[in-house]
Design a protein around this ligand. Structure first.
Ligand SMILES: Cc1cc2nc3c(=O)[nH]c(=O)nc-3n(C[C@H](O)[C@H](O)[C@H](O)COP(=O)(O)OP(=O)(O)OC[C@H]3O[C@@H](n4cnc5c(N)ncnc54)[C@H](O)[C@@H]3O)c2cc1C
Length: 293
């Protein structure tokens, strides 16, 4: 496999521990990990993987991913080196690997409103569009005007209305398209009010979420009319530990890594919560975190 990617040596690593790239700090090695710096490199890597029959995955900041303990036996393509951002008045185009929180901070400095919700979401622009990331009453779909994506080596543009956005989903979840960049239109506003709202959101996160431990955000999606954290807490599971993983005492919809958790520990806790909530309340919780194996 390494020979196949020989001419990409500058941007490729062998046996790369996925744990050091995921916010959960869990996961075995990827046979190969690549860090393209532009769309051409990304496209060439995918083409080469196709020629060699090598399995590949696209990864942003792995803040919504649980990698397996066995790792990944193909090519993990990380987008985090593709992070150019260009502003044009109140519009901004950001490459897929740009930090969402970084973009929100830049918007705040410019007195532009619309991304205050995104403060503290530790993902990339690509991951956020893919998931339609959201918080505090807003989401990516409220500010996105278009995205560019790669399909079969060709770059296409998709307008906002064609993204099939829903709760933590977009059209990208049902395709193999790779998001290259996204365009957002923000609204000029009072810089102080924007900064205050962003600060308030960040403080609310710090007080409610176990940010002091590695985690991958909300484990379960919100079912209609209920909150997973409350259901898990009422089922008496707060603080439950399996191996090095724990259902957070601070927020029961978070599983934290107390230092030596394995993906297996986390999956077993996830299943326990799912089963107990179902047997007690008849509600089947659906996972938000994506398990890659
Ligand atoms: C402490 C914490 C708080 C969080 N709070 C929130 C929150 O408030 N709201 C929220 O919605 N989420 C939240 N999350 C979850 C996560 O940060 C978001 O879902 C984020 O948008 C994921 O971005 P990422 O770059 O990390 O994507 P990854 O986790 O790397 O990938 C997620 C999925 O997107 C795909 N993907 C990534 N980039 C691309 C691309 N360029 N093209 C195609 N597919 C791609 C991957 O293949 C994968 O299937 C939180 C996570 C943590 C750890």
């Amino acid at each position: 496999m390494t020979t196949l990617f020989q001419d990409f040596q500058r941007i490729i690593r062998e046996n790369e521990p996925l744990s050091s790239h995921s916010t959960m700090r869990v996961g075995g090695p990827a046979a190969l990990a690549a860090f393209p710096t532009c769309a051409d490199e990304l496209s060439a890597l995918i083409a080469r993987a196709g020629e060699g029959g090598v399995r590949y995955i696209i990864v942003g900041n792995a803040s919504n991913i649980l990698f397996s303990d066995r790792g990944f036996d193909g090519l993990a393509i990380f987008t985090t080196a593709m992070r150019r951002v260009s502003w044009n008045g109140s519009a901004v185009t950001a490459e897929c690997g740009a930090s969402l929180t970084g973009l929100a901070a830049a918007a705040t400095k410019k007195g532009l409103s619309g991304l205050e919700f995104a403060f503290g979401i530790p993902g990339t622009v690509g991951g956020a569009v893919y998931m339609n990331a959201g918080a505090y009453g807003s989401q990516i779909s409220a500010v996105l005007t278009a995205s560019e994506y790669l399909r079969d080596g060709v770059i296409h543009r998709r307008e906002a209305a064609d993204h099939a956005f829903g709760y933590r989903t977009s059209v990208y979840r049902s395709t193999d398209d790779v998001i290259l960049s996204a365009e957002f239109t923000l609204t000029p506003g009072d810089p102080e009010a924007i900064a205050a709202k962003a600060k308030q959101n960040m403080e609310s996160r710090r007080s409610k979420q176990p940010l002091e431990y590695p985690n991958a955000g909300s484990v379960f999606k919100r079912p209609e009319g209920a909150f997973p954290g409350a259901l898990i807490e009422q089922a008496g599971l707060k603080g439950l530990r399996i191996g090095g993983a724990e259902i957070s005492e601070k927020h029961a919809n978070f599983i934290i890594n107390r230092g030596n958790a394995t993906a297996d520990d986390i999956l077993r806790l996830t299943e326990t919560a799912q089963k107990r909530v179902y047997s007690q309340f008849g509600i089947l919780l659906e996972t938000e975190i994506i398990h890659i194996q």
